[in-house]
Ligand binder design. Structure first.
Ligand code: IMP
Length: 506
């Protein structure tokens, strides 16, 4: 059978050891038919942590995608996947690991930390899930080098980054070279000139240590771990730069899985409080290595009680600036907050305490960093902006079961439906962080329900108050809601349509 895609494996000696091919027989294994392939895009519609991994899991089963692909970010992402008693927090490996018939692709728009990626691959293997021949990393993706992580910690503290070297890695990609030292090093360089690559990485690290007068950094240990990671990652590098295009032309259905979400986009977010990649839907066709004519539809995930981790404007935040400061100063709040009385916090009437209570009830602590997430009301102005700017066709809402917590306060479900900027009404998210901080949210409170919905599986069995809220979200955003999360279990999910309007668009 003729090989359709070819991949060569090299070790750091540069020796070609073996090659794997995706034969026509394998194409069938990965649900690749002779029909027309396409690519769907799924993004987060807020500040991250909306539960994208879970929605990927659900829509991937319905659509039978052959490839789940990442197009941006790196180890700053974090999502927990669960299948039966198997549970894992993934950071760089795309979701979809539990279905052996799926290929996993890390696109050229990503920045890859080899040491952490290999640790993750090993963890996946302990669950008896094979990645060999399934996981493919673009040779054009950038390597996160040890000096990037060092620089992130030295220079990016005020943004509240995840400390994974993401910003410095993307910055070096743009800078390319400095005083004859190659700054931008790509995954594929490990195939062509590994020794030279390690030499550049070492020089970059030494230069950073010198410039910033870093004391006590163990260079030898760091380089040893980096090189070991690169060596173990090498079999997964995909040298064929047309890999994705060939697959889709052969009939593969692709799901692009966005990381970090639209409000953290480097251009469309509010700099400097953003990540360093393109998180928006059209970024998938830059960092995911496919031409845009394969695009079919765009999906977005939003949480009905919002969160944000790290600093930056968050217009609907409970407790406003006080909450931002509290969360920045209490990186390890999880333990302390466990001791608090949630009912007392809820009853206090103080927005900061309401945020604390909702954080505890929703388990809103960072999957990558463990930091407390700032909490706020669902901001429909921001969501509408993101749906419009990204051409979102379908919306998914997560954590709807937590809305019952508002019933305990007797205030109803808070929803931001307008912005007031210096006395004038605006319907857009300002570009500047400074202006966003001046915006006052216009809130409404919708009637709340006070029943446990975690066992509901059919739209008709949902409380009328929740259906009304979904209707309002659909009306304002102009996008139909296709599914909602009603509890933490994988099965705690209700598929739409939920309203007459969405039935019309379904
Ligand atoms: P960086 O991506 O580590 O440079 O961090 C930049 C900003 O994005 C910080 O506010 C981070 O907290 C935030 N961020 C990065 N990755 C994620 C994510 O996966 N979920 C939520 N926030 C994130």
């Amino acid at each position: 059978m003729a090989p359709i895609l070819k991949r060569a494996f090299f070790l750091t000696t540069g020796t070609s050891l073996t090659s794997t091919t995706i034969t026509e027989a394998k194409m069938a294994t990965y649900s690749i038919s002779k029909k027309k392939g396409f690519a769907d895009v799924l993004i987060g519609a807020q500040y991250g942590d909306e539960g994208k991994g879970r929605v990927v899991d659900i829509v991937a089963e319905d659509e039978d995608y052959a490839v789940i692909a990442r197009f941006n970010g790196g180890a700053n992402a974090g999502h927990t996947l669960q299948l039966g008693d198997k549970k894992i927090a993934l950071h760089q490996v795309p979701s979809g690991i539990f279905n052996p018939n799926r290929l996993l692709y890390v696109g050229s728009g990503c920045v890859v930390n080899p040491e952490r990626l290999v640790a993750e691959i090993n963890e996946v293997h302990t669950l008896d899930v094979a990645l060999d021949g399934r996981l493919h990393i673009s040779s054009r993706a950038a390597l996160v080098q040890p000096h990037h992580i060092l620089l992130d910690k030295i220079a990016c503290g005020s943004i509240g980054t995840t400390g994974q070297g993401i910003g410095p890695a993307y910055a070096d990609r743009a800078l390319r070279i400095e005083n004859g030292r190659l700054l931008h090093i790509r995954v594929g360089d490990l195939l062509s000139s590994p020794r030279q690559t390690f030499q550049y990485v070492l020089e970059n690290l030494e230069a950073t240590i010198k410039t910033h007068a870093v004391q006590g950094f163990d260079v030898a240990r760091s380089m040893e771990a980096f090189e070991a990671g690169c060596q173990a990652m090498t079999p997964y590098i995909q040298p064929d730069t047309l890999f994705m295009t060939k697959l889709v032309k052969a009939g593969a259905k692709v799901l692009f899985e966005g990381a970090q979400s639209a409000a953290l986009d480097i251009v469309n977010g509010t700099p400097p409080f953003v990540t360093s990649s393109n998180t928006i839907a059209r970024g998938a066709f830059v960092g995911g290595d496919l031409p845009p004519n394969f695009h079919r539809k765009t999906m977005a995930v939003a949480k009905v009680i919002m969160s944000r981790v790290g600093n930056g404007p968050f217009i609907s935040e409970f407790g406003g600036a006080a909450s931002e400061i509290y969360c920045a100063e209490n990186n390890h709040a999880r333990e302390a907050e466990r001791q608090l009385d949630v009912h007392e916090l809820m009853a206090s009437g103080e927005p900061l305490k309401l945020g604390q209570a909702l954080r505890i009830l929703g388990g809103e602590y960072g999957a990558t960093t463990g930091r407390p997430r700032r909490i706020g009301a669902l901001d429909l102005v921001q969501l509408t902006n993101i749906v419009t700017a990204n051409g979102v066709d379908e919306l998914y809402l997560t954590k709807c079961d937590l809305l019952t917590d508002f019933a305990k306060r007797g205030e109803g479900i808070p929803l931001v439906v307008g912005y007031d900027l210096d006395g004038a009404s605006i319907d857009y998210v300002p570009a500047a962080a400074e202006i966003c901080r001046r915006v006052k949210p216009i809130m409404v409170h919708l009637p709340c329900f006070n029943i446990d919905i975690s066992s509901v599986r059919m739209p008709d069995d949902l409380p009328a108050e929740l259906l009304a809220m979904i209707g309002r979200i659909e009306k304002m955003t102009g996008s139909s809601v296709k599914g909602i999360g009603v509890g933490p279990e994988r099965s705690a999910w209700v598929k739409g349509p939920f309203t007459k309007d969405s039935q019309l668009t379904a």
